[in-house]
Design a protein around this ligand. Structure first.
Ligand code: GLV
Ligand code: GLV
Length: 321
């Protein structure tokens, strides 16, 4: 009989599902609402592979609920902070993810956030609609451009590097990065490896490009925002969990930093009564970094290929080490 694959979301691009359907029995969550933990645990019983997304928590309890025949987990994301990798390793379950195919899309969105915050795009567009736009005024709606600025990227991985490449043509003066270790590819963009403290103190733009893990959890805390320039702009397109959101709110409200652009928050969706949404100097987007048709199609296909490889007893094209 065909291997059973459970897909936790109704809205997966067809290209990925078509690949799976050729050789597997695919069962898919059909509701427009996020699958609950209880339903997920119930629905995965007896499956051979799990096709999940970043809102599904994959831990030992869930793997055990699948049963001992489980052979693969594939997440349609590059981030895997929602997956307990230790629990997967202990059970010998390979886990696939989707690096590279979303790098360009996510880097573009990060640059969009830099421009939206530094040039006050949302505020400006709001002023047009509200009638606050009285006349052309020399000092009205001024921001701080990327040109001649110092940009600091915390976590110069695939996405961080792609952001750096896109920023060089803007004529930035200095490019700093910090993280666990130096990246030899930093040479390509002339980025200097500095301490986290130096990055915070010297950057006009601070970009979080890191993965969320025990080392980066809430690394952008009260202390970090205090070290930033009063004119600094903070941009996060990685995970909401790398930020202490209360500390960020306080820093934005008190003028300790100038602005923030967030594609990711805690929680997601961000409640509409979140105080962050009352701030003019904060742009919040609904976790759309990889949301281009091309990237999402490629992510679905790669997730399917990861799963199919493992079901065939082969190495996944993109397996988490
Ligand atoms: C998106 O956030 C991803 O991890 O792919
Ligand atoms: C991090 O998510 C990376 O792809 O570098």
């Amino acid at each position: 009989s065909k291997p059973k694959v459970y897909v936790t979301n109704y809205d997966i691009p067809k290209k990925g599902l078509d690949l799976l359907n050729k050789s597997c029995d695919v069962v898919q969550w059909q509701s427009r609402e996020t699958i609950t933990r209880e339903q997920l645990i119930k629905n995965v019983k007896g499956i051979d592979a799990l096709f999940c997304i970043l809102t599904d928590k994959i831990d030992g309890t869930l793997l055990d609920a699948c049963g001992p025949q489980l052979k693969a987990v594939g997440t349609m994301s590059v981030g895997y902070d929602h997956i307990d990798m230790k629990a997967c390793k202990e059970r010998g379950i390979p886990v696939g993810f989707t690096p590279d195919v979303l790098t360009d899309a996510t880097a573009e969105l990060t640059v969009a956030l830099l421009l939206a915050t530094s040039r006050r795009l949302m505020e400006g567009a709001g002023a047009v609609r509200s009638g606050e736009w009285g006349m052309w005024n020399p000092q009205w709606m001024c921001g701080q451009g990327l040109h001649h600025s110092t940009v600091g990227i915390f976590g110069l991985g695939r996405i961080g590097l792609a952001v750096a490449k896109r920023l060089r043509p803007f004529g930035i003066s200095r490019l700093l990065y910090s993280g666990r270790k130096e990246n030899p590819a930093a040479k390509e963009v002339d980025a200097e490896f500095v301490s986290f403290d130096t990055l915070l103190r010297e950057s006009d733009f601070v970009i979080a490009g890191c993965a969320l893990n025990s080392e980066t959890k809430e690394i952008f805390n009260e202390d970090a925002f205090k070290k930033m320039k009063p004119t600094a702009i903070f941009v996060n397109s990685s995970r909401g969990g790398v930020v202490n959101q209360k500390a960020l709110y306080d820093a934005l409200k008190s003028g300790q930093i100038r602005a923030a652009g967030l594609d990711v928050t805690t929680p997601e969706p961000l409640p509409t009564d979140s105080p962050l949404l009352d701030l003019k100097n904060c742009v919040v987007l609904p976790h759309i970094g990889s949301a281009t048709v091309e990237a999402r199609n490629a992510m679905a296909e790669l997730t399917a290929r990861n799963i199919l490889a493992a079901l065939n007893g082969e190495q996944m094209p993109c397996q988490i080490e």
